[in-house]
Design a protein around this ligand. Structure first.
Ligand SMILES: [Zn+2]
Length: 149
């Protein structure tokens, strides 16, 4: 009985010899994938420990990597700048295209939140937002708003 079991196990192992002629690799970790894997399979097999807990799940890890986190950060940045642009738009509609620092503060527009800024030789500061550029004159304490459109 015992020997029969053993030989059966050996046989099933011998049919699982893996070859790597196709040179396929896991999309996530880059490990070679055996040719015996289905052609649709692009990741390693899941590895579970004795209690059934997932130890390695390249497909899940890959999908998580794609979903996050930089894309999420970019989305947040764009969202934030859209709202800054909306504030600038609202401010220009009320106050015109030349405003004071107090106006910027009242609309919660922070020049430091700009995408890019340039300091020019005459001391003005140009802050670029998605849709607007604000040119600030520290001597006059005024900010002129240009539409980038
Ligand atoms: Zn893998």
């Amino acid at each position: 009985m015992e020997t029969q079991k053993k030989s059966k196990k050996l046989k099933s192992q011998s049919t699982e010899i893996e070859t790597y002629h196709l040179k396929r690799e896991c999309l996530y970790c880059g490990e070679p994938l055996p040719d015996q894997y289905s052609k649709k399979r692009t990741y390693c097999k899941e590895v579970r420990d004795e209690s059934g807990k997932l130890k390695q799940n390249c497909k899940g890890s890959y999908n998580r990597m794609i979903d996050q986190p930089e894309l999420e950060v970019h989305r947040e940045i764009i969202k934030e700048h859209k709202t800054v642009d909306e504030m600038i738009e609202a401010m220009v509609a009320k106050k015109g295209s030349v405003v004071s620092t107090a106006d910027l503060n009242a609309y919660d527009i922070q020049l430091s939140a700009s995408l890019k800024y340039r300091l020019s030789r005459n001391g003005t500061l140009e802050s670029d937002f998605l849709k607007y550029t604000i040119v600030s004159n520290p001597n006059l304490n005024t900010h002129k708003i240009y539409s980038n459109g």
